[in-house]
Design a protein around this ligand. Structure first.
Ligand code: SF4
Length: 339
């Protein structure tokens, strides 16, 4: 089944998240941090869509805005046909059992004074999942599902390793039977070998439970392993979006190419092609005019400095591939770009 025939689970349209910067004696709004600036995308049921980009690109803010952990400035978020932004706070809290989040640091999000059993029971109680007398049995099932044992149910979070704590975080998310899990840098704090174990666990759970993931990461290597489709964000905007194979084999946006070239490789030719970006990511308070990437792009021309490139399908690519660059066809061509 092609991605287009699949059921849309989440539809985000023109999402903006501007955070006011207050100042002066009166605490007036002086400016805004434009953390997410007009992005649209869909997630299909059963897939893993990743958002990748450097720190400050707006990827985590997008996850939080979808869940309304921070109220979005504007746009729409439709989950399973329900307009999430139109729900009351109470309705949204109820809805959250369908959309769960796993954070980078599970320790910070687990109550240190509760045992694993209490953590899981509390999550089920809040969302009124299962009759009370069935919840204890479910705790043990959940532990088994994430690769922990029944003997560990009465231990406290500090008695576990980082990888095990992330498994507890996953068990807590699963305890309310969600349809969508947002994994926000969920493996970034773990050692590489433990990362692989947790990623494999997430894949296994997806197969067994039919879960849908929005996977947020700065790490292209991790994203390559877990994703079906990938969105690349830069300074609050989507700059490229494609299925994984297309993005890795036929990237169009210079920023995507730079991210891909930075993946460690033993291939000497690949190393030679590494694109080093100049400078840091500019401030999202006053983002560059035109293409936001122009201040770091080796291919920037005058039009890049004045006109924002819209997302469009590259000439020589497949449906579903979108990139936002005025010059992508010229940059992709074998001829050197005369600029
Ligand atoms: Fe670079 Fe211009 Fe393309 Fe932006 S639009 S990525 S500045 S070439």
């Amino acid at each position: 089944m092609s991605v287009q025939e699949k059921k849309i689970l989440l539809k985000v349209e023109h999402l903006k998240q501007y955070f006011p910067i207050k100042g002066g004696i009166l605490g007036r709004t002086l400016n805004y941090v434009k953390a997410v600036d007009d992005i649209s995308f869909t997630i299909y049921e059963g897939e893993t869509l990743s958002i990748v980009g450097e720190s400050g690109c707006g990827k985590s803010t997008t996850g939080r805005a979808i869940l309304r952990l921070d109220e979005p400035t504007s746009g729409s978020v439709e989950f399973d046909g329900v307009d999430l932004l139109a729900l009351s706070k109470k309705e949204m809290n109820k809805m959250r059992k369908n959309l769960q989040i796993i954070f980078q640091d599970p320790y910070a999000s687990l109550n240190p004074r509760q045992t694993v059993r209490q953590i899981l029971l509390e999550a089920m109680e809040i969302q009124n999942v299962l009759p009370k007398n069935e919840r204890d049995k479910r705790v043990l099932e959940l532990l088994e599902l994430v690769g922990l044992s029944a003997q560990q149910a009465d231990r406290y979070p500090h008695e576990f390793s980082g990888g095990q704590r992330q498994r507890i975080g996953i068990a807590r998310a699963l305890s309310v039977n969600p349809k969508l899990i947002i994994a926000d840098e969920a493996v970034s704090a773990l050692d590489v070998s433990i990362q692989a174990q947790v990623l494999n666990l997430l894949k296994k759970l997806q197969r067994e439970l039919g879960l849908t993931y929005l996977f947020i990461s700065h790490d292209m290597g991790v994203v390559r392993y877990i994703s079906d489709r990938i969105i690349v964000m830069y300074l609050g905007k989507i700059v490229e979006m494609a299925d994984k194979k297309t993005l890795f084999e036929n990237p169009q946006h210079p920023y995507t190419k730079a991210l891909l070239s930075a993946i460690p490789s033993t291939d000497i030719d690949r190393k030679k092609e590494r694109i080093i970006l100049k400078g840091d990511v500019p401030s999202p308070i006053n983002p560059p005019t035109g293409c936001r990437f122009h201040s770091r792009c080796p291919f920037a021309t005058d039009v890049c400095r004045t006109t924002n490139p819209e997302l469009r399908k590259p000439k020589h690519s497949n449906e579903g591939h979108l990139a936002a660059c005025h010059h992508m066809e010229e940059i992709s061509s074998p001829k050197p770009l005369n600029i």
